[in-house]
Design a protein around this ligand. Sequence first.
Ligand code: NAD
Ligand code: UD1
Length: 337
Amino acid sequence: MGKTILITGAAGYIGSHTCVCLLQAGWHIVAIDNLCNSSARAIERITELAGRDLRFYTLDVRDYAALSKLLQQESVSAVIHFAGLKSVADSVTRPLDYFDNNVCGSVSLLRALHQQGVRKLVFSSSATVYGHPQQVPIPESAALSVTNPYGRSKLMVEQILEDLAQSDHEWRIATLRYFNPAGAHESGRLGEDPRGEPGNLMPYLAQVAVGRREYLSVFGDDYPTPDGTGVRDYIHVMDLARGHLAALERLFSHSGNFTVNLGTGQGVSVLQAVAAFERASGKAIPKRIAPRRSGDVASCYALATAAQELLGWRAEKKLAQMCSDQWRWQHQNPEGY
Ligand code: NAD
Ligand code: UD1
């Protein structure tokens, strides 16, 4: 507490909510973002909501020289590394951009941290590293595989972190595999602001409800799931933010490295999500059944017990609240920030 944490990708969806959570818990923050998928307005709103300031720099994690200089100026005790590109579809058409940003960006950051003697890191990984899961709920010990360049970039960074930890036992690394982040800050002041057409279900539902999109395409209704549509583990972004706080606290109190799922452990189908969003928004959401999306899996939800045992953390907010918070954000900010 009272220590300074470097947050990369701080203006983004998960980063901005985590900043509020950390500031409210008393941590100091040095925030960086190159704003390639976010707005500096998010930074203003973080300080507005937390009632405290942070120091923000527009900086690309691949800029090793600038990063090193920053770390020389600021006394950073640990890092939460959110910065990266996250669209599966874009990663298929622009794989080099994804490896450059997600892999080279992480290596640049790790080199700068190593150079400055910073040895505590929380890394944003994803359930995407489970590829086509062989079992649900998915434990952390499940086989890992990739189905697209985005997933490969996340798995590569996980492997780089393992090698790094092996090479220097001073490192304390938390790898957090998020399931499906959803919702927004309950104030309606912070939320997800995707550029262009949303790739993910929740922001798409919100944009249909607010009238920015005509209808939702339901990607497949012939999966081996109870209603035939894809089943996922949606987790409220503020629960996810608290998960980072818990991981950070663990890094300061225990040596060693750990990897945990951050999910609720509950599977929700596309049709259940649509119904919940309709209830939360009071709007009918037109939908059309469309072909399956390439690379999608039928069912993906977490075994969420490890995070509870290790961190004393578990997701608390339910689907109804994810939808009402997402709706409040979308309704109050129809065009985003
Ligand atoms: P986001 O795009 O909202 O936030 C990422 C932020 O990183 C953006 O503000 C972007 O401008 C910034 N950024 C990108 N490249 C950068 C670079 N080279 N230097 C500095 N800043 C850079 O995404 P998010 O949903 O907040 O995701 C955060 C992290 O969590 C990502 O690493 C993502 O892969 C991972 N993740 C996200 C999800 C999800 O569904 N949202 C799921 C699993 C994992
Ligand atoms: C997607 C990515 C995954 C990434 C995750 C979080 C793919 C194949 N997978 O996961 O790698 O980690 O986002 O960023 O892109 N759906 C619709 N209509 C839509 C959008 C989605 O029916 O317009 C369905 C999907 O088929 C799926 C569910 O909604 O069954 C959730 O989709 P989405 O929000 O994109 O998340 P994931 O597929 O879990």
